[in-house]
Design a protein around this ligand. Structure first.
Ligand code: SF4
Length: 56
């Protein structure tokens, strides 16, 4: 299951840019999971998140 640690999330928007099918930004400008999908871009977003806020 894809999870975001909202305490860590900086709101940079990178994960949503990398993997739009799975991540979106919420009203507080934190990343949230809009759809639980195991796509290669999820792994990419996990790797690229500057604060390691994403886990799977
Ligand atoms: S890449 Fe990381 S810090 Fe940036 S919005 Fe996504 S979860 Fe937050």
């Amino acid at each position: 299951m894809v999870k975001i640690d909202k305490e860590k999330c900086l709101g940079c928007g990178l994960c949503a840019a990398i993997c739009n099918e799975v991540f979106e930004m919420d009203e507080e400008n934190k990343a949230s999971v809009k759809s639980q999908k195991s796509l290669p871009c999820v792994k990419e977003a996990i790797k690229e998140c500057p604060v390691d806020a994403i886990s799977e």
